[in-house]
Design a protein around this ligand. Structure first.
Ligand code: ATP
Ligand code: MG
Length: 532
């Protein structure tokens, strides 16, 4: 990456080139800016492309009539339909709010007029949008140096032709070299893997406290360190996070949790003093020891155990990671006694309620809250091979829901690994999975017949009693041999004949076949889980 950074995976979309050329043809400046420039230099593929221009929103709309003026921050969304930017109105397929009816076929390129930071008297939102004249001013209001670069993708030199590669200040994409505009040392900070505020860090966090969480988020997403002065400014301003809406906090928090280093992110939030404002419940476990035999050395406090569980969580799902981070959140409150004799009776129920409170505070969706609460509440489910039988497993499945079992097991794996035990999925958990499959599939059951006991009583006038079940078993045995028999009429005819036998005889007729099938099925499931 050092000299002449080259991104071989990315390319510049025609739509972006079209928007920038259009603005320039209208006599304006236009550049791609922000996160996408950072991602290109990092050899990542940008998620979205942002364009900055000195054209005012109305002027942008004048050039691209097929666009929406989206918000009060000077951003116009230019619509690109099947790769085409249209200049002729009307665009009747859109709804009244100007948003495209068929969202999938339409790409929106966000074009934002240069602006500067005006006062944030409430530390939440700027009081007004002030447009700026120059790109430099616009870049100076951005949060971090790595996010404050720009380039013009319509001006390039062929790499081979350029005599002096302006090393370090260019980026090569698709064999073409572009000059990077970098007023604040962003390229160098990318090289040194550093998150550094643009300008005075203290002022930048004072203007918008969310930037502190963004610093931590970028640090864990990119594997960068936060520069000392920037980190100090975060510590000094951490309390101001209360001025930020929980919707914005949640968004950054989720990105931290879904990154490759979620526990380091939570640890950074804690060290900075932000965690104690947004989720004080986690810090409450900081000194709470749980010297139970399976919490080894470095994992012996609730806090460390929760962070380690989050780090080791095998799932990429937000809900499961949140549950791993919160599964023992009820322990500080439920702890009784000290040392080896400490107990945490009922901590999973207390914890489930606390998890709900925390996630409601962070404005998570009902779906996520319900799921995390359920996983925390059920994380203590008990299983032991040869001790807990099918009915015990059925009870766990019934309580947690079959659709949640995989996630519940993932929380349990996170819990184990977060306790410092060496093996993630011991025989016991594999066996539990096998049992869940066994009790929930139940393929060899009368339920799969196209006929039931009621039909037999109603249609054939058979009295309620053991004979009904026995007939169904024989029918099942026949259907296993010949699936084509599984039709209501055929089954009823067969049943009429079978009804002449007594239950003993019927049972004998069914037994062999069904046993044989059940054994076969069990062998298959066992093979799948390596438990037999
Ligand atoms: P991502 O890859 O997650 O989208 P991003 O850097 O593109 O990261 P966005 O939130 O999409 O982040 O913002 C786009 C750009 O706008 C940023 O790169 C940055 O230049 C600027 N920006 C966003 N939020 C802020 C903020 N709170 N303060 C200052 N500048 C910001
Ligand atoms: Mg972005």
């Amino acid at each position: 990456m050092a000299e002449g950074m080259e991104n071989e995976r990315a390319y510049i979309p025609e739509s972006v080139l079209g928007v920038i050329s259009g603005l320039k043809a209208g006599g304006f400046e236009a550049y791609v800016v922000g996160g996408c420039v950072r991602d290109l230099i990092l050899e990542r593929v940008p998620k979205d492309w942002d364009v900055a221009t000195d054209a005012k929103p109305d002027e942008v709309k004048g050039i691209f009539p097929d666009s929406v003026y989206e918000n009060q921050f000077g951003t116009v969304g230019v619509k690109v339909r099947n790769g085409e930017i249209r200049k002729e109105a009307p665009f009747e397929e859109d709804s009244a709010d100007g948003l495209p009816a068929d969202k999938d076929a339409v790409e929106i390129i966000e074009v934002t007029t240069y602006r500067i930071e005006s006062k944030y008297s409430d530390k939440r939102r700027p009081d007004e949008v002030k447009f700026a004249k120059t790109l430099e001013e616009d870049l100076s209001r951005r949060d971090f140096t790595i996010n404050a670069m720009a380039f013009d993708p319509t001006v390039s030199e062929s790499k081979a032709l350029s005599k002096e590669p302006k090393e370090n200040k260019t980026i090569t994409i698709g064999g073409k070299q572009y000059a990077v505009i970098d007023f604040f040392g962003g390229l160098q900070d990318i090289r040194q893997k550093t998150i550094r505020a643009v300008g005075n860090a203290h002022e930048r966090f004072d203007e918008d406290a969310l930037r502190m969480m963004r610093a931590i988020r970028f640090s864990v997403q990119l594997g960068f360190e936060i520069e000392k002065g920037t980190l100090l400014a975060i510590r000094n301003n951490s309390k101001h996070i209360v001025h930020v809406s929980y919707e914005r906090i949640q968004d950054e928090f989720s990105k931290i949790i879904l990154s490759d280093a979620p526990a380091r992110g939570v640890e950074l939030l804690h060290e900075a003093g932000i965690l104690d404002v947004i989720i004080p419940e986690i810090g409450a476990g900081y000194d709470v020891t749980q010297s139970h035999h399976h919490y080894y050395g470095p994992y012996n406090t609730v806090y460390k155990h929760l962070l380690a569980s989050l780090e080791k969580c095998p799932s990429e799902k937000l809900e499961v990671r949140l549950a791993a981070m919160l599964h023992d959140i009820g322990k500080p409150k439920s702890k009784r006694g000290e040392g080896e004799n400490a107990t945490f009776y009922n901590h999973e129920h207390i914890g489930a309620r606390m998890a709900r409170n925390i996630l409601e505070r962070l404005k998570y969706s009902r779906k996520i809250i319900d799921k995390v609460e359920l996983l925390v509440k059920n994380h203590m489910f008990y299983y032991n091979v040869d001790e807990v039988g099918e009915s015990g497993v059925r009870r766990v499945v019934k309580k947690a829901g079959l659709e949640n079992i995989k996630d519940l097991i993932d929380v349990r794996i996170a819990d184990r690994l977060g306790s410092g035990v060496p093996k993630a999925v011991p025989y016991k958990l594999r066996h539990f999975r096998f049992m869940v499959d066994k009790v929930s599939n139940d393929p060899i059951s009368a339920k799969q017949l196209r006929i039931n006991g009621n039909d037999l009583m109603r249609e054939l006038g058979i009295e309620p009693g053991p004979k009904i079940g026995a007939i169904l078993d024989v029918l099942l045995a026949r259907v296993i041999d010949d699936p084509a028999l599984n039709e209501k009429e055929k089954l009823l005819n067969l049943a009429k004949e079978l009804a002449r036998n007594n239950p003993e005889q019927l049972r004998e007729m069914a037994k062999e076949k069904i046993e044989e099938e059940r054994e076969k099925e069990e062998k298959n499931i066992k093979k799948r889980y390596h438990v037999g």
